[in-house]
Design a protein around this ligand. Sequence first.
Ligand code: NAD
Length: 255
Amino acid sequence: MEIASTGFRDARVALVTGGARGIGLGIAAWLLVEGWKVILADVDAPRGQQVAEALGEGAAFVAMDVADDRQVAAGVAATLTRFGRLDALVCNAAIATAHSGPLESLPLAHWQQVIGVNLTGTMLLARHCAPYLRARNGAIVNICSTRAHQSEPDSEAYAASKGGVLSLTHALAISLAPEIRVNAISPGWIDARDPHQRRAEPLSEADHAQHPSGRVGTVEDVAAATSWLLSPNAGFVTGQELIVDGGMTRKMIYR
Ligand SMILES: NC(=O)c1ccc[n+]([C@@H]2O[C@H](COP(=O)([O-])OP(=O)(O)OC[C@H]3O[C@@H](n4cnc5c(N)ncnc54)[C@H](O)[C@@H]3O)[C@@H](O)[C@H]2O)c1
């Protein structure tokens, strides 16, 4: 277990899983600008180290497979050693590819891996962080998906895992009340690719235009919502799901 970078002990501290790229990185960067200290946890250690160094002194990295109980325990302990407190947990890490092939040929091992990372990992993080969050009247945000509610073909494992995260969110909100608020964000289509990939393969006009919002989502859309749910401004909000999808799940698409 190794934690990179430095930090201070007087700012609010957030642990963001899956922070090495995409939405998790966007959330970490947003919270840092707001003055938080942020621990990025990810199974991709080289990239996580690199990103934490680039983010600067308020950021640190801890290597962690969120599906592994012992690694989660060690990573949370290392977070406390490093920053001395924990105010927020953002469970964002996931096997984020929704499509896993036809049901009849879906490998059981893949199903179990997706459930293990996306759902069990969220529970393990909540369990190990709860004592520290309780001490700070902290908050948890679970990154879910609109695929908890609607599906394309061949996405059983991902959809089931995110449906589980949604139910886990309200269960945790009740179990951990009143000290800890627990909410979920369900993003729709978020272009979470690295900037060079977005430039090399830009989305089409049709991709954007189908959304009531007129555009595909960005990591900043999810980061801003996360920031609000973690803040005292959301102090009367717990057990809820905030859908951040440009209106797509409210649009009838019959042809
Ligand atoms: N991008 C979208 O359109 C979209 C839409 C809805 C929901 N989401 C959800 O948002 C979250 C982030 O998605 P993204 O698009 O940024 O995904 P991504 O694949 O770009 O990033 C996921 C990160 O999680 C890490 N990760 C994977 N397995 C891990 C494990 N076992 N332990 C620790 N870290 C692990 C990866 O290394 C990676 O850095 C996910 O929960 C995803 O399901 C994304």
